[in-house]
Design a protein around this ligand. Sequence first.
Ligand SMILES: NC(=O)C1=CN([C@@H]2O[C@H](COP(=O)(O)OP(=O)(O)OC[C@H]3O[C@@H](n4cnc5c(N)ncnc54)[C@H](O)[C@@H]3O)[C@@H](O)[C@H]2O)C=CC1
Ligand SMILES: O=C(O)CCC(=O)C(=O)O
Length: 434
Amino acid sequence: MADLRLPTNPIVRPDKDRFLNEENPFEAMMSRFDRAAELLDLEPGIYKVLRSPEKEITVSIPVLMDNGEVEVFTGIRVLHNTSRGPAKGGIRFDMNVSLDEVKALAAWMTWKCAVVNIPFGGAKGGVICDPLKMSVGELERVTRRYTSGIISTLGPDSDVPAPDVNTNERVMAWLMDTYSMHVGHTVNAVTTGKPVEMGGSLGRREATGRGVMFTATQALEHLKMDVKGATVAVQGFGNVGSIGAQLLAEQGCKVVAISDRTGGWHNPKGIDVADAIAYVRKNKTLDGYGKGDVITNEQLLELPVDVLVPAALENVITTKNAKNIKAKIICEGANGPTTAAADTILDEKGIFVVPDILANAGGVTVSYFEWVQNRGGYYWDEETVNDRLRKIMVESFASVLKISQQHKVNMRTAAYMVAISRVATVHRLRGIYA
Ligand SMILES: NC(=O)C1=CN([C@@H]2O[C@H](COP(=O)(O)OP(=O)(O)OC[C@H]3O[C@@H](n4cnc5c(N)ncnc54)[C@H](O)[C@@H]3O)[C@@H](O)[C@H]2O)C=CC1
Ligand SMILES: O=C(O)CCC(=O)C(=O)O
């Protein structure tokens, strides 16, 4: 393929600088974008447009805490690209939230929505806070004030949030209520991942884990490995990790290790995932679970398993540990669990990676179904949701695999190529680049 025509006034840093900060998620996203853009011979104009987020909002969130003192939190919302439709992407509450992280996560949403070909652009939001140390009342006040702070971007036609790390259906209900109060009437399509009672879709809670299950089983079948009895290790036991583990176990896989922020458990005979979920429901974390040997999160990543599912946070597979990874397949439930520099090491080891923008796209796909149901005012049964999700995930896996084989690139580069070419096509058609 021809070389990328570099922009005359490049924002891009040359490749030699690319990994100066391996753990900067925005750089990780950009280096994958650059590689795919080069292979696609992307025009300089569109290349420049797609490198820059459309909008970055930072707000101060003053909140009266239960102890009578005022705390001021920082909230961020970034819209990366809206050429294909309203911006879509979750909101996380976490102490590690930063502008660079949210920018990367927003761009990943653009690519993710394009990989599964749903009519959304990409966004992400976050509030720098520790929700585990906050009361329900404090969380509600943070959510409502954050929503008010970013109200100008929100709307069913402009920017539609969803849950992410440490946020859930209840947070989405507060967000939807705050937005509705601002506009003077109920607008349930302003967010997805809501409680089912107020317009949430059946199957949304399970959708990301279900997508992980579909793509992991597609990968096993592609590599001619048996799904039944395939060994699985899952890092992160929240929405994505616990449900992904449960659904893989239901397919006959043997989940041999699980973990959360408190550490992990390893049992070569297999972990009863439903039992572990019940334990976490009661005790909040896996701390003290006890059914297996204690392992660290780092040890879990290096277990000799068929499928490794990182489903917690970014940057857990890096140049420091990639050479020790023994899994045959990595199915990325989390966003950005592998650094860009580690990709090369995994490739050299012949590990088949189902990249985040494909593997965890089940969540946003059912968010799209939820938005469609809210706007149509007609609700689908769970079987319909799950069937439509399966069709999209299986077809998306196949189209990424096809590009990977045609261009002799790994699945991650192929997924970026599929996504970038879809977004670029819309830019060309709309004439933004003209
Ligand atoms: N919830 C969703 O629908 C989607 C989530 N994702 C991504 O999946 C990942 C997990 O998200 P959720 O399951 O929604 O979050 P969650 O808040 O429900 O669960 C996060 C889990 O990760 C664990 N964790 C936190 N820090 C950890 C650490 N340092 N080491 C090991 N485990 C740690 C927590 O204890 C918890 O078990 C994130 O990267 C998120 O962006 C991606 C697509 C959709
Ligand atoms: O469901 C959504 O709209 C987005 C979920 C999300 O934040 C993600 O896929 O990373």
